[in-house]
Design a protein around this ligand. Structure first.
Ligand code: PLP
Length: 469
């Protein structure tokens, strides 16, 4: 029988005023109970407009996310168009054109043999999915003993149980001991500023790192290792660290030697951030079997991440079980895919990756000039529009500040007060929390805006140096 809906009132949705009691508030759990985050009312281009009237240059694009900037009307329209067509379907039975088109745009021509894309919501979900895919690959190849994941100290791969287990960010692990994936071990990061020895050449440093990885594979038993995972340009852990020449190509060769899968986590450094669509493309002959992308994919307009899979992995499933035994309710969400598709079309149409590479060179030179005389700036590193500054107590010895000082956090706060947002990288150096700040603005940033960012950063550094010299 038909349900009669004629009696329902035909009013609009109730507004906040009629639903919310202003005295019954503070129900949202923020990251910190101490410092309430700033309330953003509006965001446009590279700027955030706060409820207290301040304008902030978003010089870190959130967390290297908003690559085409905020408030893009074309993306808004694409989202509305998608919502008017299909807001949601479950991928068990359906697909949508926006999901198909997004995969086809990103993997047009199967770059480097990457053939299939699997879309989920967050970076952590993408890494989890990549690991499960690697596991299923070996299960189907009848190598079930391959469970071990080798990663790198100071790498960051996410906040879920497995991704946290393989990440090196010690601070984030503190309350969760026991919440861990047991089959994992870590090798040294490829981090020349900190760990290349005096008198050692880059070639020798690369060789040493590769020897360590080879030794680790042998220690575990290569037949038990499922994958080696690394960020081609390390991001939120230690701040825009590019690998020494030949390192990633050497890693690829080692993985091939033992039949171990190579996973590149480009959640942060991918999608153009370093000046090429894939960060690994600047590292010679180093193509992953599986890789993850996220932040720049949807540019912040909707949550979306992707797992990109090489044909040789796809083929095993295609001819084996014929299905990836994994899925989420919101995978390949149509609105997220439509948003990401619109963002990526704008990136292509406006040549934003080439712009990122060009503006990156300008940013590098400004950073090096502005911060040249700052005694606390130990290292300035990065690629494309993905730069970080590492602060030290002593430039010569590279000694870090006492973690309780929070030097990087202080500089971040001082810059914010002067209208520039920077991203704190939370990694550890020699077991202590390091002091890094990331500058990773939207690709549309202008030279003048970059100049303001660098001036403000210098002033912020100087203001804190005065307190600790
Ligand atoms: N992997 C890398 C390299 C990241 O930088 C991040 C987040 O910063 C993640 C994984 C986790 O992504 P999410 O925070 O979206 O879960």
């Amino acid at each position: 029988s038909k349900i009669d809906i004629t009696h329902l009132p035909s009013t609009n949705c109730p507004d906040n005023e009629s639903l919310l009691d202003p005295s019954d508030k503070d129900h949202l759990l923020h990251r910190s109970f101490i410092e309430p985050p700033a309330l953003v009312e509006r965001a446009e281009g590279v700027n955030l407009f706060l409820s207290d009237g301040r304008k902030i240059i978003d010089a870190c694009a959130g967390a290297a996310v908003a690559l085409i900037g905020h408030g893009n009307k074309e993306v808004h329209q694409a989202i509305v168009n998608q919502l008017q067509k299909v807001s949601y379907v479950h991928t068990q039975s359906y697909t949508t054109q926006s999901a198909e088109d997004l995969a086809n745009l990103i993997l047009r021509g199967s770059p480097h043999g990457l053939e299939k894309a699997f879309f989920v919501g967050s970076g952590s979900e993408a890494v989890e999915s990549a690991l499960k895919l690697a596991r299923q690959y070996y299960f189907e190849k009848n190598e079930p003993e391959r469970l071990h994941i080798v990663s790198r100290r100071q790498g960051y791969h996410g906040n879920t149980m497995t991704t946290m287990s393989i990440s090196g960010n010690l601070a984030r692990k503190v309350p969760f001991e026991g919440f861990s994936y047991p089959h994992t071990s870590q090798v040294s990061p490829a981090f020349a500023y900190r760990y290349m020895q005096e008198g050692e050449t880059e070639v020798e440093y690369t060789a040493r790192l590769l020897q360590e990885l080879d030794d680790e594979f042998l220690r575990v038993g290569p037949h038990k290792v499922m994958a080696f995972i690394a960020e081609p340009v390390a991001g939120s852990g230690i701040g825009s660290v590019t690998p020494p020449t030949g390192y990633l190509a050497g890693v690829r060769r080692l993985c091939d030697k033992y039949g171990i899968l190579l996973i590149f986590d480009e959640i942060m450094c991918g999608v153009g951030r370093t000046g090429t669509f894939f960060a690994f493309e600047q590292e010679g002959d180093a193509v992953p079997d599986i890789m993850t992308i996220a932040k720049g994919l949807g540019g912040g307009y909707a949550p979306i991440s992707g797992v990109l899979v090489h044909k040789r992995i796809v083929d095993v499933l295609r001819h084996g079980s014929k299905a990836f035994n994994h899925g989420h309710t919101y995978q390949a969400h149509p609105t997220s895919c439509a948003a990401a598709l619109a963002v990526q079309k704008i990136v292509v149409r406006d040549g934003l990756i080439a712009r990122c590479a060009a503006m990156g060179k300008i940013l590098e030179s400004m950073l090096r000039t502005e911060l040249r005389d700052c005694w606390s700036v130990g290292d300035i590193r990065g690629r494309g529009l993905f730069w970080s500054v590492e602060f030290v107590k002593n430039k010569q010895t590279k000694e870090t500040f006492e973690p309780s000082i929070h030097f990087g956090g202080r500089v971040q706060q001082a810059a914010f007060e002067k209208g520039v947002a920077l991203y704190p990288c939370g990694g550890t150096v020699d077991g202590k929390k390091g002091d890094h700040l990331m500058i990773a603005p939207p690709f549309i940033i202008t030279e003048e805006e970059l100049r303001t960012v660098c001036n403000v950063l210098r002033e912020a550094v100087e203001s804190q140096q005065r307190l600790f010299s």
